[in-house]
Write a protein that binds this ligand. Structure first.
Ligand SMILES: Cc1cc2nc3c(=O)[nH]c(=O)nc-3n(C[C@H](O)[C@H](O)[C@H](O)COP(=O)(O)O)c2cc1C
Length: 340
């Protein structure tokens, strides 16, 4: 008997797909989603995902082994599609018989979905349009994550509320779709489940959990921040592309704007060519997330956070966060049923 019967009923498809008790994924967060947080999420009935990020195959191998030592529940591995060793990383997940692989950061390259399915794992993908999502399902993807611009980290331009209205009616009956971005409370989970989502994915809500290895200053920055402090990186010059990332406003954000102006001026003056100029912009944030998460440099590092950061006010164990979300979701669903 579950304490959350209505929530469990609406999450049944997603939970069955993930092999977890509840269809609540903790989205992979580079440097944050390692063995401790991932195992804590899965042990608490959610679904943890290791962030492979820029890891080498050897490091991923060790991380999966260490996570397995901390949980016997299923968890996933997030691989970035642009990683130069993507197929070697897939081989590592195959060696360990990882049950779910999330392909993030772009359209999966030819053969990657097939390589994952070949060893029996399920593949989760992201897609910015319905047409692309359908194409990915046709080529073997098992589930889709739609992620709105409220989310922390690298983001697309459309909000979760609008994506949910576009994608869920078109795809959710036939396919497994998880909704991510801006979810901080269970009432929001209830809404997306009612709209047809199989489950949800949260990142920001879990980044400052007790089990997260993020530096105490990184967590404090989360507790202090309001929704409006989680801003997207701004592009100053059309010649110098900037990938939108949502993070807490700090000195680094200001310096990044100043750097773009300086580089654009150097470009105009002819003291930098286009290639060198674009590289300077690209390299500005190199290692910046690690500086914030691991070293605690919240002034110059990149404190990636979604707008739901305003709802994160204290450090709580993962199990408490999940229980709170489920309580809120169940209460919201119960109220609606009473009205009916
Ligand atoms: C600090 C941080 C790092 C992240 N790193 C990654 C990553 O490496 N790969 C990825 O696919 N998503 C990454 N994300 C996105 C999360 O997996 C998740 O989809 C997102 O946080 C959900 O939205 P929310 O932050 O509003 O809960 C990151 C998010 C945060 C806050």
């Amino acid at each position: 008997m579950t304490a959350y019967p209505k929530t469990a009923a609406l999450m049944a498809r997603g939970a069955e797909f993930l092999g977890s008790e509840y269809a609540i994924l903790c989205g992979a967060m580079s440097w944050v989603s390692e063995r401790n947080l991932v195992s804590a999420i899965s042990n608490a009935g959610g679904f943890g995902v290791i962030a492979c990020g820029a890891m080498t195959p050897d490091l991923l191998d060790a991380e999966i082994t260490a996570t397995r030592a901390l949980t016997d529940k299923p968890f996933g591995v997030n691989l970035i599609t642009m990683h130069p060793m993507l197929f070697d990383l897939i081989a590592v997940t195959a060696k360990h018989g990882v049950s779910h692989v999330v392909l993030a950061g772009g359209i999966p390259p030819k053969g990657s979905v097939e390589a994952i399915k070949a060893f029996g794992a399920k593949v989760l993908v992201f897609a910015p349009t319905i047409a692309l999502a359908k194409k990915l399902f046709r080529s073997g993807a098992d589930a889709l994550v739609i992620e709105g611009s409220e989310a922390g980290g690298h983001i697309g331009p459309v909000s979760t509320g609008v994506l949910a209205q576009e994608f869920l009616p078109a795809l959710a009956e036939e396919h497994i779709v998880f909704v991510a971005g801006g979810i901080g409370r269970g009432e929001a989970i209830a809404s997306y489940l009612e709209m047809g989502a199989a489950g949800v994915q949260l990142g920001t809500r879990f980044a400052a959990a007790t089990e997260s290895i993020a530096h105490p200053d990184f967590k404090k920055a989360f507790f202090r921040a309001n929704a409006r402090d989680a801003i997207t990186s701004v592009q100053v010059d059309p010649r110098l592309p900037v990938i939108p990332v949502r993070a807490l406003k700090n000195k680094g954000t200001e310096e990044f704007t100043a750097k773009q102006i300086e580089v654009a001026q150097a470009l105009d003056a002819g003291s930098l060519d286009m290639m060198a100029a674009q590289l300077e912009i690209e390299h500005f944030w190199a290692g910046a997330l690690r500086r914030a998460v691991i070293d605690g440099d919240v002034e110059r590092g990149s404190v990636m956070a979604g707008q739901s950061v305003g709802l994160v006010t204290t450090e709580l164990p993962v199990a408490t966060i999940i229980a709170n979300l489920l309580d809120q979701c169940e209460a919201a669903l119960s109220k609606r049923l009473l009205v009916a």
